[in-house]
Design a protein around this ligand. Structure first.
Ligand code: HAM
Length: 426
């Protein structure tokens, strides 16, 4: 038996209504904040991610699904959406038409990580980007969107962690200080850290390796290396968050796994999902557009992992959707009734929004009734020989058991009867 690739998941019919409801809510709230959807391709030139996310990051270094196509072009299944969106904005000169873009995206992403609870190789993100503003209002607008999304889902067991990575120059000074601090200990530290000390020493702070933890606590903190401008910026962001009553925790150890960040970095953390505790995260990435060959363009964004939102919703026992119920299940009892039943289903579907099911397995009355129960159908419409000859149907409301004989051809009368209240009154 061929099975799904490790780290990928089928979303089954029994789960889909939860996905739909979640997606609908994300769309609706993004719309309320004035964000518009953008859709970019699932694969891009490998160079886009290498340059955008950074050659020394885990994502680019070891997690990308990269392949050569028939013409030997190196392509990569996108591991995230921000670089693709920036590419699309540049390619279509969207900022020339509008100096401030509010964009969102939702879809599958691909990273070859070790699968575990909440961590997949194909996963889905909801991503939002506010492109064009260099002011703290933009940071807080984007964080407010993320926060509102979580709250609208009814979630409460999360914390917003916030840090400032400062300007590029303060980050460079901090990087040098970290290298200096870790160098005397590096022989005793993990292999990853031995590599990262040269390539990306900030990432050492993120390490969970037992060989590294003793050295992390006393490591220099980025906040002490921020220049005045970066510090003021960070304070302004915090003041606005407080004004909007969005609770946050300043977390000086928060470094994000992608190189394009500067100034504000944030993550929504939960203690309910085990090791994969980040529901979502983001930050400011003022250097990315230049990195990709465009003009200097300040921007900030975030992404949530949809699977992690769903996991937390189930941990918190919050339902976002009801299962799909059939409105009317058409039961036919003999060969000649089947075509009549199917025609009736078509008429009802084209004249209403009702969910109408037919049998198609030529089952017995009892088996069709059982199937109507399984689909939680509100009504069954029964057509047998008698009904067929008299041009009628029996309409039965499942909850009350109330039955009525109705004309088969009179669709308006049928539609009225399918409205529960109309039946209750009759
Ligand atoms: P990220 O932190 O790499 O940021 O990913 C955002 C979220 O995607 C994570 O917090 C997590 O919920 C989910 N996620 C990441 N990897 C996996 C995985 N293997 N399995 C399941 N879920 C996962 C970004 O991707 C940035 N592009 C966010 C951003 C937008 N920054 C600015 N704009």
């Amino acid at each position: 038996m061929i099975q799904a690739v490790r780290g990928t998941k089928d979303i089954l019919p029994s789960e889909i209504s939860t996905w739909h409801s979640l997606e609908e809510l994300l769309r609706r709230i993004a719309g309320q904040f004035g964000f518009q959807e953008i859709r970019t391709p699932i694969f891009e030139h490998t160079e886009l991610f290498a340059r955008g996310i950074g050659e020394t990051t885990d994502i680019v270094g070891k997690e990308m699904y990269t392949f050569f196509d028939q013409s030997q072009t190196s392509l990569t299944l996108r591991p995230e959406a921000t670089a693709s969106i920036a590419r699309a904005v540049l390619e279509h000169t969207l900022l020339e038409k509008n100096p401030l873009l509010r964009l969102w995206y939702m879809g599958p992403m691909f990273r070859q990580e070790r699968p575990q609870k909440g961590r997949f190789r194909q996963f889905h993100q909801f991503d939002a980007e506010l492109i064009g503003s260099s002011y703290p209002e933009a940071d807080v607008e984007i964080i407010a969107l993320a926060y509102t999304l979580l709250r609208s889902l009814g979630l409460s067991s999360f914390e917003l962690h916030l840090n400032s990575l400062g300007s590029i120059s303060s980050r460079m000074r901090y990087r040098a200080a970290l290298q200096q601090y870790f160098r005397p200990h590096i022989a005793a530290m993990s292999d990853d850290s031995k590599q990262r000390i040269e390539t990306n020493p900030l990432r050492i702070l993120d390490s969970k390796h037992p060989d590294d933890t003793p050295f992390l606590r006393d490591a220099p903190q980025l906040i002490d290396y921020l220049d005045d401008e970066s510090r003021n910026y960070f304070e302004h962001v915090q003041k606005l968050l407080t004004a909007l009553e969005i609770p946050y925790i300043v977390d000086y150890h928060l470094v994000r796994g992608l190189d394009y960040y500067c100034h504000t970095a944030f993550e929504f953390i939960t203690s309910r999902l085990g090791a994969q505790n980040a529901l979502g995260g983001g930050g400011r990435y003022d250097g990315l557009f230049e990195q990709l060959g465009g003009k200097h363009t300040p921007a900030i964004g975030f992404a949530f992992g949809i699977e992690r939102l769903l996991l937390l919703l189930s941990e918190e026992n919050k339902a976002v959707s009801k299962a799909q119920r059939t409105d009317v299940y058409i039961i036919t009892l003999d060969d000649e009734s089947r075509a009549i039943g199917m025609r009736l289903a078509q008429h009802l579907r084209s004249t209403s929004n009702f969910i109408v099911a037919t049998d198609t397995l030529r089952r017995s009355l009892k088996a069709q009734m059982r199937d109507a129960d399984r689909t939680q159908s509100r009504f069954v419409a029964i057509i047998g020989e008698n009904e067929r000859l008299n041009n009628t149907i029996i309409l039965k409301e499942m909850a009350s058991g109330a039955q009525q004989l109705l004309p088969l051809d009179n669709i308006p009368t049928l539609l009225r009867a399918l409205d529960t209240t109309a039946v209750e009154q009759s």
